[in-house]
Write a protein that binds this ligand. Structure first.
Ligand SMILES: [Ca+2]
Ligand SMILES: [Ca+2]
Length: 498
């Protein structure tokens, strides 16, 4: 297992080193006031670091016997800087915690969002997310740049985020005590290692409102105690998006928050195959890591998109696993509305008292815009009228709804029952109340369904992209008085008006 980790880590190092060295540093026309950390006294021991100007907080090794359990580097080397942005200040200043506490652009009445980057990354990579947050609402947005401590070997960076977490906690506590901010209005958004940094910060902030983990880093975070990783106790509400989980992923598959979203199953993302890299990089705003770490950074892109106003809302549905979700087995919100949740900032409306560790699934497209309309389709099949007709059918059911084509595949489907499918369409969502009919087409390979016909009673289509209430009207075809039969390769129209 250790060997596997070394091989894996080497691969990830190479991948990230490539993106780091090939990405030109982005010039910033900003006034930088560096933290003066040269006189900060600290006690250094072999198993702990303490910080006199950070509340005398100390960092202890989690497991001193483990050779890769390191302590953070010097504060001056990591040199964390906080850049604050508002709608009313179209410039940024990089400032220390003490200076931020005096900064008059900060308004305690606004919600405050922190963005924390991950390994090999820096704050400038998150300017788009910052812009999208400000477009959504008048927040204080603070980008935490700890790139002085991120562009090092992974295990050192993994240790450095413990200090970054303390620095964030100290700043948030300063905003609360000196500037009248409410900790419950503070929301930490962290990508990769930044998600765990947010978790460490949350341990030191009373009543922290929210942490959002964007594909929290996976290597060496599997199956470890909750004080060493992001978990639901780190804030009043913790939501997590998993896009690159699994053994060889840069993220984690296990649930970490009150609400865990798994776009496309949480392991692989559409459009991320190496064959797609050239088209990804043809976007002038793309970073090389958008291709190499495509699954891992997709969490950031999907989250950013969810902030934009659009008529496509992404709703996650709780399900036992991704296969069951794709088979249409999890398409209801439940009577208490706890089995579905809106993805994005609105996830906060989800009741955190719900037992944590639910897995919520949705699918996306391969390129932006990623949001896709989801529909639950039920096809009610009648019993074949004749003993000679086979009771099990196979094939593809073509669905033409609102001018959009979809295909439902099925195997060994018993006739005489109602079957449920998940139907994914391209955005924007179709207004089902305006759809007068749906057209079904049944295709099956010769001999696989002879001499069967498909006997259809009724079709219903429910939009899954609305929350918290279902749309006023979905599509319900009129039940047929006699089953409409569909020989293979033929069409049947089902009308909404009887
Ligand atoms: Ca924790
Ligand atoms: Ca993956």
């Amino acid at each position: 297992m250790n060997k596997l980790f070394v091989i894996y880590q080497t691969f990830i190092c190479l991948a990230f080193l490539l993106c780091w060295t090939t990405e030109a540093a982005i010039e910033s026309d900003i006034n930088i006031i560096q933290n003066d950390l040269t006189n900060v006294s600290k006690s250094v021991g072999s198993n702990r670091r303490c910080y006199s100007d950070l509340n005398d907080w100390c960092i202890y090794k989690f497991n001193p016997l483990n050779p890769i359990d390191l302590l953070p580097e010097e504060r001056g080397k990591i040199s964390t800087v906080f850049a604050i942005y508002t709608r009313w200040a179209n410039f940024k200043t990089m400032i220390s915690a003490q200076e931020l506490a005096r900064w008059d652009k900060f308004k305690a009445t606004r919600g405050t969002k922190f963005i924390v980057h991950g390994w090999r990354s820096n704050g400038d990579r998150f300017l788009k997310l910052k812009n999208d947050l400000l477009a959504k609402e008048d927040f204080n947005v603070i980008i935490v740049d700890w790139s002085g401590g991120s562009k090092v070997e992974y295990n050192q960076a993994r240790a450095n985020i413990r200090l970054v977490g303390l620095e964030i906690a100290f700043l948030v506590n300063t905003l609360v005590t000196k500037l009248g901010a409410k900790a419950s209005d503070v929301h930490l958004i962290g990508h990769s290692l930044g998600a765990h940094a947010a978790g460490y910060a949350g341990e030191k902030i009373a009543n922290l409102g929210q942490i959002t983990g964007l594909d929290p880093a996976g290597p060496f975070f599997h199956d470890i105690p909750t004080n060493a990783r992001l978990d639901p106790t780190d804030a009043q509400f913790v939501d997590v998006i998993h896009t690159d989980g699994g053994i060889i992923g840069a993220g984690l598959l296990e649930p970490l928050g009150h609400l865990d979203f798994y776009p496309n199953g949480g392991i692989r993302q559409p459009g991320c195959d190496p064959s797609n890299w050239q088209s990804i990089l043809s976007d002038p705003n793309a970073f090389p890591s958008d291709a190499i770490a495509c699954d891992h950074v997709r969490a950031v892109h999907i989250y950013s998109e969810s902030l934009l106003s659009s008529n496509c809302k992404t709703i996650g549905y709780e399900c036992a696993d991704y296969d069951s979700f794709n088979k249409g087995q999890c398409t209801t919100c439940g009577s208490d509305h706890k089995r579905c949740a809106q993805f994005g900032l609105e996830a906060k409306n989800f009741p955190a008292s719900n037992p944590p560790n639910g897995k919520f699934y949705f699918n996306t497209g391969a390129i932006a815009p990623y949001c896709r309309s989801h529909y639950a389709v039920t096809v009610s099949l009648a019993k074949p009228p004749s003993f000679f007709n086979i009771p099990i059918v196979n094939g593809n059911l073509g669905l033409l709804v609102g001018g959009v084509n979809g295909k439902l595949e099925f195997n060994n489907l018993p006739q005489g029952r109602t079957h449920r499918f998940l139907f994914i369409d391209s955005s924007p969502p179709v207004d089902l109340s305006a759809v007068p009919k749906v057209n079904l087409r049944w295709d099956c390979a010769p001999f696989s369904c002879m001499p069967a016909k498909l006997y259809v009673n009724q079709v219903t289509i429910t939009s899954l992209n609305s929350y918290p209430k279902s749309p006023a009207k979905n599509f319900n075809s009129c039940p047929l008085s006699k089953p409409g039969f569909l020989p293979s390769s033929s069409n049947l129209d089902l009308l909404a008006i009887c």
